[in-house]
Design a binder for this molecule. Structure first.
Ligand code: HAM
Length: 420
């Protein structure tokens, strides 16, 4: 026997009916984001490695440890995107989108790749649905995105969530804070993990969200970035909070939240689930403002804010059996005899063309077997066509929920079974 093969670790197949539940979640996102004026962008999965070195930051965990990077056949370094904000910004600059539109609102959905330690809710290929608003400096846009997420969670029925916000300030606020942070941490350097010892010199902010050191007393007692914000950054953060309050959104300020990517300026936010099936992987959405990224990737100065949702984690928190998201057949046509079978086939073709979900039995089974299958797949109606019915150009139509049966002309079948 030939050896069987397995999917790559951390990269999963999504089978029915789980795919139906995931699609229902995705549809809710798309439908809602479009109501806020976001339109879909699709970018390649493969990008030049330099995009993420410059875009995400070469001393972040993602870039240092987690990228799927390889040389193509001409020796150019390529990376399978670990996130999509950098790709959106590349595309925005490449197509000079800002010249045509003062404000650009994009959403995207697709797989991202990070070589991570695999556990429930943490994979090496995972889907994100995200939005990016480019060209908008206003704090009301930050707040609107957070409120939009809260509205999404109402629609998909995920509860027990906490919105956390912080400001990581602008480039002018950061150096003073980093100096104070390093001064605080340096005496305890020996107690930090090997990565954080390096980070102290290269990227001290990352010590605050280190998975090993983040909870140590010395890190917990670190100075708060909020005490180092300029008047302008403070005003922006206060305006975001005021806008959230106006929208009736409760948000907790978490001054220790710094996020794992280097491009953030000003507002950062996360939505955390308190549901217990996610354990440590409880961040359902994360995002923030990145006012300097477009410029640092060679574009014109362009303020921007966005977020990305981790689709698998969100679907894990969404109530409802996956099978309940599957579409049930509107009609099962059970045919007796070759002539009826041939008629059923053309009829099914026409009805499907009319937007009706029709199931048929292709295997050579009798009426009993066909009815059994109709039951199993929860068909709403069953039409039985035998020689007599065929002669009348009609079918016996059974409403499965009501257990009633009527005779219907084949021409009237579509109207009789069409869902409301
Ligand atoms: P991120 O925090 O790296 O941000 O990822 C956003 C979300 O993606 C996380 O909160 C989590 O739900 C999900 N996620 C991340 N890694 C994994 C994984 N290995 N397995 C499953 N889910 C995962 C970003 O990617 C930014 N681009 C967000 C953003 C958009 N900021 C501004 N615009």
């Amino acid at each position: 026997m030939a050896r069987t093969l397995q999917s790559v670790k951390g990269m999963n197949d999504l089978l029915p009916p789980d795919s139906a539940k995931t699609r229902s979640y995705e549809r809710a996102c798309r439908d809602l984001f479009e109501l806020y004026g976001y339109r879909e962008i699709r970018t390649p999965i493969l990008e030049p490695t330099e995009l993420f070195l410059r875009g995400v930051g070469d001393t972040t965990d993602i870039v240092e440890k987690q990228m799927y990077t390889f040389d193509d056949l001409k020796g150019r370094s390529m990376t399978m995107r670990p996130e999509m904000t950098a790709s959106c910004v590349r595309s925005y600059i490449q197509h000079a989108v800002g010249k045509r539109e003062p404000v650009t609102r994009w959403y995207y959905a697709g797989p991202m790749f990070r070589y991570e330690r695999v556990q429930a809710g943490r994979y090496r290929q995972f889907w994100q649905i995200g939005v990016e608003a480019l060209g908008s400096p206003e704090p009301s846009v930050d707040a609107e995105q957070i409120a939009m997420l809260v509205q999404l969670y109402g629609k998909v029925d995920i509860g027990g969530l906490e919105v956390q916000i912080n400001s990581v300030g602008g480039p002018e606020d950061r150096p003073r804070f980093l100096a104070a942070l390093v001064e605080h941490l340096r005496p305890a350097a020996e107690s930090l993990c090997a990565d954080c010892k390096r980070r102290l010199d290269k990227n001290p902010l990352r010590v605050l969200d280190c998975k090993i050191d983040g909870d140590k007393d010395v890190v917990r007692a670190a100075p708060s970035i909020l005490d180092f914000l300029s008047d302008e950054s403070t005003a922006h953060f206060e305006a975001v909070q005021a806008n959230l309050a106006d929208a009736g959104v409760e948000a907790v300020v978490n001054p220790r939240m710094v996020r794992g990517l280097d491009y953030y300026t000003a507002t950062v936010f996360e939505i955390i689930s308190h549901s217990n099936n996610l354990g440590a992987q409880a961040t359902l959405v994360a995002g923030g403002r990145y006012d300097g990224l477009v410029e640092s990737l060679g574009g014109p100065p362009t303020p921007a804010v966005g977020f990305a949702i981790g689709v698998e984690r969100n679907v894990m928190c969404m109530p409802g059996e996956p099978a309940s998201f599957d579409r049930v057949p509107d009609l099962f046509i059970a045919a007796l005899g070759d002539a009826a079978r041939a008629r059923a086939t053309t009829l099914a073709y026409q009805l499907r063309g009319d937007g009706i979900y029709v199931e048929l039995e292709h295997r050579p089974v009798g009426l009993k077997g066909q009815l059994k299958r109709a039951n199993k797949i929860n068909a709403r109606y069953v039409a039985v066509i035998g020689d007599n019915e065929l002669a009348d150009n009609a079918a016996n139509l059974k409403d499965m929920a009501a257990s009633t049966e009527i005779r219907v002309a084949l021409d009237d079948l579509a109207a009789a079974v069409r869902p409301d």
